[in-house]
Design a protein around this ligand. Structure first.
Ligand code: GP9
Ligand code: MN
Length: 429
């Protein structure tokens, strides 16, 4: 009931990290373009096969002096995969321990999501773009709860069997046609582009397979660099459209990887890819790093080593836009804040932080990867404290989702979303 909400608020308010004055509001009024890099892992940056960069465009973006790039940023999804990533990015709430929150509670729950917050605080128009059918992951309903003005699903793109691959439209066609819609959106806008071609099992038609596969001999792994290269080329084309339309100059472009592409079941092949001797639990935890890059002309960028995860993106973005998230129920906190804690919870209760990484009963030194066989009393106490916090954070987020707790609490200045106002069937002309 509503008293459960008090416990949630006590936690999120204690977890709140005040904005960094050097970054607060630097992106005020800018368009926000979120590019969802399907299954893209951090190790791909600067990775080469036969001397060729897999992702030259993204490498350049990663190292751009006007991009803030994070190299200790982790995905935190559970079984909801893409849906969990979307849930965290748009709400700073975790997905559920089983299944997909977007599917299970996304239709009926009350949310205070990014599209609604930005609309109300900054007059933003919002849109999500994805080349799969609208019902996948229940997007067509959950987006109404989140206040998305527009949802361009497969029906708004060219209908042609040759354009499809795996879960939807090929990224190059998807991004080309999305850019045309994007240019027509009322500004400022909050838009997310959800790519899909770099998705397991990494199929690619011959015409697009313009990159050598790796040669580990593990067939589920070896195609990954090829579709990642295709994704990189498609981003290159998107950048050309954004620059030509002027959107590149008046937007914050935020790119992130939603989750791993290669699962821990392929450790042997991964060791070969990374040139390491083994693949243990620590290596597997580190292999969950995904990109987070925030670009804006004039932004003081660089490689930022702060530990964080998908849950932290919305508070970070809000502060860049000059919107305080203090009263919002966010389980993450601003990555740029000096108060950011950097305790990264995985959905299964394992965690990574600057000092220690915990996987099951094993504790590793995060910096060196050394397994700590005998913990000192002090180490034990710290790890126990972090473990309890992670468990509490996940269980409070679960309560918000399962018991629809946000219906009992409205941040001041926020008007609850009226789902009946949203309809994703429209004609343009
Ligand atoms: C489907 C796509 C894939 O629409 O977003 O989702 P995933 O399998 O990565 O969760
Ligand atoms: Mn995905």
């Amino acid at each position: 009931d509503s008293s459960d909400m008090d416990e949630v608020l006590a936690y999120t308010q204690q977890n709140y990290a005040a904005p960094n004055p050097d970054y607060y509001g630097v992106a005020k009024g800018k368009n926000v373009i979120i590019i969802h890099l399907e299954s893209f892992q951090q190790f791909l940056f600067d990775y080469k096969v036969d001397g060729q960069e897999v992702t030259p465009t993204l490498n350049q973006f990663y190292h751009d002096s006007q991009t803030m790039s994070f190299d200790n940023f982790f995905h935190q999804v559970g079984q909801g995969k893409t849906a969990d990533a979307e849930m965290m990015l748009d709400n700073s709430l975790y997905g559920l321990s089983q299944g997909s929150a977007m599917v299970q509670v996304g239709t009926d729950n009350t949310y205070q999501a990014a599209p609604a917050i930005l609309a109300q605080q900054g007059g933003y128009t919002s849109a999500s773009f994805h080349g799969d059918v609208g019902s996948f992951w229940n997007r067509n309903n959950a987006y109404k709860s989140w206040g998305y003005d527009y949802f361009f699903d497969a029906q708004y793109y060219s209908e042609n069997e040759a354009y499809k691959l795996g879960y939807g439209l090929k990224d190059k066609i998807f991004l080309k046609e999305s850019a045309q819609y994007l240019e027509q959106l009322q500004q400022p806008f909050y838009a997310k582009l959800i790519t899909v071609t770099n998705h397991y099992p990494y199929p690619l038609d011959e015409a697009n397979a313009a990159f050598p596969k790796t040669t580990t001999g593990d067939s589920t792994v070896d195609g990954y660099v090829q579709t990642a290269h295709y994704l990189d080329q498609s981003i290159n084309e998107l950048m050309t459209y954004l620059k030509a339309s002027g959107l590149y100059d008046n937007s914050v472009i935020l790119m992130y990887g939603d989750h791993y592409g290669i699962s821990g079941n392929h450790g042997e092949a991964v060791s070969q890819l990374l040139g390491t001797e083994e693949y243990n639990d620590y290596d597997d935890a580190m292999f969950q790093k995904v990109p987070l890059m925030i670009h804006m002309p004039g932004l003081k960028g660089g490689i930022n080593h702060t530990f964080g995860g998908e849950i932290d993106v919305l508070p970070t973005l809000m502060h860049l836009l000059g919107m305080d998230n203090k009263e919002y129920v966010h389980f993450g906190s601003d990555l740029l804040s000096p108060e950011h804690q950097g305790l990264v919870a995985f959905r299964n209760g394992n965690f990574v932080a600057k000092d220690y990484t915990k996987v099951g009963s094993k504790v590793y030194d995060t910096a060196t990867g050394t397994l700590i066989e005998h913990l000192t009393e002090e180490q034990k106490a710290q790890i126990e404290k972090e473990k309890e916090q992670v468990e509490k954070e996940l269980s409070l987020s679960d309560q918000v989702q399962i018991s629809d707790l946000l219906r009992y609490y409205t941040p001041s200045g926020f008007t609850p979303v009226d789902k009946s106002q949203y309809n994703y069937t429209y004609r343009f002309g």
